[in-house]
Each structure stands twice: as structure tokens, then as C-alpha cells.
Design a binder for this molecule. Sequence first.
Ligand SMILES: [Zn+2]
Length: 410
Amino acid sequence: MSHLLERFLRYTKVHTTSDPDSPTKPSTARQWDLLRLLHTELEELQLPATCYEAGYLIAHIPATAGYEGAPSVAFLAHVDTSPEAPGEQVSPFLHPNYDGKPIQLKGSVLSPSDYPDLLRYVGHTLITSDGTTLLGADDKAGVAILMTLAEELQQRPELAHGPIALAFTTDEEVGRGLESFDESLLGAAYAYTIDGGLEGEFEYECFHAASAHITATGHNVHPGSAYHTMRHALQSLIKLDYRLGYESERPEVTEGREGFLHLCQMEGDVSSATASYIIRDHDRQLLKQRLERIREIAQEISSEPHAAPLTVEVSYQYRNMYDYIAPHPEVIEHAVAAYEAVGVKPIIQPIRGGTDGAVLSERGIPCPNIFTSGGNFHSIHEYCSLDAMERCLAIVTQLVRLYATSDEQA
Ligand SMILES: [Zn+2]
């Protein structure tokens, strides 16, 4: 069995589900189980690594002799799995030379008629769970790829590379991946997350993200004597939602580069009510316009007779990483060259969400996202391909060599 496969299977069996409702960091103590296992394995490889209290592990692979001056590159993968599907007692199943037919799992069928992307992996060694849990390829495929990279660079000194940092993080799935993360510890000029989807995918654009929290302050009196007195908080919010007129701008009817406005929550009564929206767009102007529209309509409603006044609180969540990556085209060019050198056609697409790389890019280390081979993330129908994981490993290996040798030419 290949070291990559062996590692992947070992890591999937460690229960590392994160918890969106936990205030601690990491959100669940069990994520330490995998961080500690990785720490031990890195020590066995004689690589200096440190676990940090906030829930991350950083390892440094020193440059090969003569390449100490090459740009330093960091790679990141997260150890937690999504709380959206069970993640305990994962039993991975291998389907060698996958024939493209439906796969019977416990309680359901994984079928290309539901998931046509499965057909991209015909002939590959496909890996699924038994159908009762997620698989955890998101992002244990990334973790296994980086650990195998560490092993290969350590054991094959002929592979010239500059200084490399590997970071294993927690709580990515609950949006807190880089909370309390000190990026200066990476000592890196460039970074990549290994946390993408199907073979070939390469991402360096994501949404601009904001949220709007709206509070309505009503005035409650007996409905029988409410004439010209009552101000109905929840009605003001319902009016706002209606006047936004965003039927064609909702998540369920938008795709590709189309942004959206999404009502996450609305609740309350006559006296008080709240609503929360998230607003997403790859284009910052369009995001701002949507926020402006919310503010204008809220103001308009607030000034109408009998309306409960509304206050709008906007917070920006993350920005499109392309803003920060664009000034460093080499971070894209080297990756594309590495994909092509391995014979994988890059499928470049904007992410309809954010990544830890978006946060890292904003903090000054441009950080695109490389595929792991996984599909159907956060689901009991999650799958990945060993063949495609091997190609990801080859791409990352090629990438570190490119950074070392392009510096040589400069
Ligand atoms: Zn992930």
C-alpha cells in the first residue's frame, strides 16, 4: 500500500469533527488527537514541529543545501471535519478501478446519476465511507498529501527546494481556521491551502463577504386600542424582506460569478424583532450596492407612519483573496506550471465561499487553493480518488522545486 494511502486511511479514522457552538479554540478537544499524531509522525521524520495552544501545528522543512535563499513557501491543511455529517468511526472503502456504476453503501446508493462528477474518476481507485459517516477527505486528503510531501522531501535530498513550512489547522469547517493563528511563524512569502475539490481545480478567487444584522424596535399595545399607536417590529422586517425584491439573487438560483443575498434568520414579535442576512459577491462594488440597498430600504421603512424603526449593523467577514493575490502573479503562474508539468489541466474557478487562504492572503501571504480530489464534501456521500491525490502530491512536489529553481534563474 502506498504511504499516501496508508496515511490517509489512518487519519480518516481519527474523529475530529469541529463544533460551531463551542466557544473554545480548538472548538473540540478531539482535534488535538490528530494534531498530536501528526506531531509524533513529524518527529519520527526528524522534522522540527511545534504544536500551538490555539490549535495548530507548524513544521519546518529546511531548504536543501544551496537553496536556503529560495523563497519560502507554506502549505496548509485542516484536521477538522464538518459537523454537518457524522465523523466518528469512519470506515473508508476502496473501489479499485472504479467502473462508473452506482455504489451500494449502507442505507443509500452513491450514483453518477445523482453525482455526474463521479464519472471523472472511472478507472481510478475511488474511496468512499461505508455510507454512515462522511469520509473526511476534506481535508484529511490534504493532510495526508502534505505529510507524504514532508516524508519525500526528507528522504530524497536530490529534490531541490527552498524553506518549506507545513501548517495543520483546526476549526476550518466552523469558519475559525485562522483564529489566533500567528502567520509570522510560517516565515513564508507564499502559501497554498490543499483543501480544494475535484482533480484539476485551482482557486484564487473567492467571495467578498458581509453580513447585515437588522433590529426592529416596536411598540406593543393591546390590538383593540392599537389605532395609530402600535409599531409592529416583525412587520417592519417582513416589509424590508419583501421590498428587497431579491428573488433572482438568492443562493438557490445563483451560480458561478453571481453573488447573492441570503436571509439566515428572522424572528421576533410586536415589541422587537431581528433579521440576519449574508451578502456575497466576487465583485466588491456589487456587494456594496446590495448593502446600500438594505440600508436605504430600512431607512425608508423607518420613516413611514406606524412602522417600527430599523437599525442596520453591517460587518465585513472576508474579502476576495484575488485582491491580495493579483500583485503576486507568480503564486498563480508557478502553480499552473506545476499542474501542467504533471499533466493535469488546471480548472480555474471562483470559490462560492471563503477559505483560510482568503484570510491568510488578507494578512499578507498570498494563498490560493489546490485540489485534494474530494467530492460531495460534508456529506455521507463524500468520495475522493487515490490517483488524483497522487497527482496532487506530484504537483505540490513540482511546485516546491519550481520556487527553488525559478529563484536560481532570477
Ligand atoms: Zn476543507
